[in-house]
Design a protein around this ligand. Sequence first.
Ligand code: FAD
Length: 435
Amino acid sequence: MNESGKLRVAVVGAGAAGLCAARHILSRAELFEPPVVFEQSARVGGTWYYEERVGTSDDGRPIHGSMYRDLRTNLPKEVMMFPDFPFDSHLPSFLTHWDVQQYLETYCKSHDVTPHVKFNTMVEEVKPISMETDEGGAVRWEVISRGMHGGHNTQTFDSVFICSGHYSAPHLPSIPGIEHFKGKVMHSHCYRCPEPFAHQSVVVLGAGSSGVDISFELAQAKAQVILSHNKPALPFSLPLEIKQAPPVVKVLDDGSLFFQDGSVAHAQVLLLCTGYKYQFPFLCPKQLGLEVQHHLLAPLYKYLVLPAFPSLFFIGVCTVICPFLHFHYQIQFALAVLDGTVQLPSRELMDEDAERERQRKTQMGVHLLQMDSDQWDYYVSLAKTVGLPPPNPVIQSLYEEVARQRRANPQAYRELNYKLANATEWQLLNAPSEQ
Ligand code: FAD
């Protein structure tokens, strides 16, 4: 706390989560100083700021985004939006990345967030410092940042919100013999558009949402695609250009790909749609007692509070969620913890709670941070604790309907347009096209 008696909060990242954090901190000016939002790039938007370039920028910044040129959202705008900030009513339900970027820029301007963003500034270190004068040994945080055009800066904060995203650091599976592959190996993080792959043979590894979407794009560009994955046969029809195969298990000496069923194929491109790993290069996990693995970040109480350091918040690290809705509730919960409205349990109880949750997820056979149907009770619980209205039930109902449509027809479900009729019903505005 500074001389004004107000709390100082640092926000790492000016993507959707960081902007939402800044907006809510600014709305509590009686208790919080304006936030400092550190953003390594020159723009807000994070994932939604499309950069054609891959690798690093001219000033040595790693290109953060994994967005591809023709992506349309997999959630309709009615489900995607921050609950207090609707998308333009003229837009279709499923949006381009450009629409979402415009929305986030408008959100930022409407809430006067931009003056608080330190652009071209990368956070290099976030570390706890004990303040001996604080009763109870309250921890403060030192944030060391580097301007992309030179110069380091160190500032002290009462709390840090980590909003740095987790779709940027590719997870690269280890494939024995990969050094023999004679074609191009790339990760979907560096995929932008299908034209360079026209008429080429491409093995896409992984049938998550990016793997399936990108396979369709490649097929339209007349690439010959083998979609290699470890799921049961996909329950929808695929264009002739896409064949399915089990996982690639190794590369043979002659450079051909060897699949789990013993089949073999030559390919010009191996496109890894194998997801992303959690990465926080500015934190020292050992010092914080934080376990960071490919699919795991633990222990986190309520999926956002580190029990040993309850003024460090991880926003939006869960998967299979409605991200903007999720940020909305997590951030307001975190602010209620800081302003004392919500009393956290003791460290021991939070650790026990996080461990129980980990065991429950292990028994369910899902990754700890994967939410899906669990997310609704989670939002209700956060909302109730903080005294906010819970999500409108129609959002869940539309989310579930879209998931059904996506499973049945992942190529065409985005042609549908929905409208919220009232608090419990939505309407379909156009008929599904023939498959
Ligand atoms: P990000 O958008 O990743 O923003 C993080 C920000 O932090 C970036 O601006 C980055 O530059 C900055 N940063 C990182 N490290 C540092 C540092 N050390 N110092 C300073 N700044 C830093 N969600 C949906 O709701 N609907 C969709 O249809 C959808 N489609 C998606 C498609 C793709 C290909 C991907 C990758 C994601 C998609 N998502 C979708 C999920 C999307 O990630 C979330 O919607 C949301 O944008 C995440 O916001 P965020 O702020 O948590 O992270």
